[in-house]
Design a protein around this ligand. Sequence first.
Ligand SMILES: NC(=O)c1ccc[n+]([C@@H]2O[C@H](COP(=O)([O-])OP(=O)(O)OC[C@H]3O[C@@H](n4cnc5c(N)ncnc54)[C@H](OP(=O)(O)O)[C@@H]3O)[C@@H](O)[C@H]2O)c1
Length: 243
Amino acid sequence: MKQIIIITGAGKGIGKAIALEFAQATVKHEGFEPVLILASRTISDLESVASECRSFEAAADIFPVDIADPAQIEHLVSTTLERYGTIDCLINNAGVGRFKPFTELTEEDFDYTIATNLKGTFFLTQRVFALMEKKRSGHIFFITSIAAETAFKSSSIYCMSKFGQKGLVEAIRLYAKTCNVRITNVMPGAVYTPMWGEVPDAMKSVMMRPEDISAPVVNAYFMPQRTSVEELVLRPVCGDINE
Ligand SMILES: NC(=O)c1ccc[n+]([C@@H]2O[C@H](COP(=O)([O-])OP(=O)(O)OC[C@H]3O[C@@H](n4cnc5c(N)ncnc54)[C@H](OP(=O)(O)O)[C@@H]3O)[C@@H](O)[C@H]2O)c1
C-alpha cells in the first residue's frame, strides 16, 4: 500500500538515514510502497538522497523548503496533497544548533534556532496534524534530543528549543490519543552527523551513527497500528559526551 511520508531535513545526517531506511523497508515489508517526500533547503542534497532511495525501488519526491517560513510550509503540504491526496507520516527532523558559551550567543543565533526548531516544527505539525485528526490515522515523529530534558553548557538556545519541542510533543499527544494518531518522541544523544562539524577521532569513535537512529524509527512505524511507541531514547554506550 502507498504510504506518503514527509521527512524534513532529509538531505543529511539523521533525516537522510531515515529516508534510506524507509526506502530499504520495501524489501523487508511486502506490499509497503513508500512515497518519500524529502524536504530541506539544499536541493543538491535532496537530489542525491532521492536517487539513492530510488535505487531501492522506493518513490521519492524532493521539496526544497525552509520550514522557518510558514508560507513554504503551506506550499509543501498543499503540493503534497495535490500530488498524492494524503499524508500518512511526518518526520519532524529538520533542526539546527549554534553551540557557544551562554554569554556569546547573539540575537541572530536565537532567532535562527527558534525559527527552525520551534516555529517551523510547530506550524508544520499543526498543518499535518489537522489532516490526520480528520482521517483518524497517521504517525508523527519528532527527532528532539536528550537535550530536550538534559542541559548542556554550550547549548543554551538549542536546549531551550529542544525542551520546547518536548512540550509540543506532550501537548499534541493529548489531542492525538483521541483521534488514533501515533506520536513518537525520538531523543538521541550524540550522533556523528554534519551538524557537529569537525570532531576529534576519540569522540567520533564513541558517537552513534545516523543508522542507529533510523532503524528504531522505522521499526516504530511498523509496529501494529494499535501500538504507539511513545519515546525512543538512544545514547552512546559511554553516555553523554558533551557538556
Ligand atoms: N547529531 C546529533 O548528535 C543529534 C542528537 C540529537 C538530536 N539531533 C537532532 O536530529 C535532527 C537532525 O540532526 P542532524 O544531526 O542529522 O543534523 P544535520 O546533519 O545538520 O542535518 C540537518 C538537516 O536539516 C535540514 N534543515 C535545517 N534547517 C532547516 C530548515 N529551516 N528547513 C528545512 N530543512 C532544514 C538540513 O538541510 P539544509 O541545511 O540544506 O536545509 C539538513 O538536511 C535535528 O533536529 C537535531 O537537533 C541530532
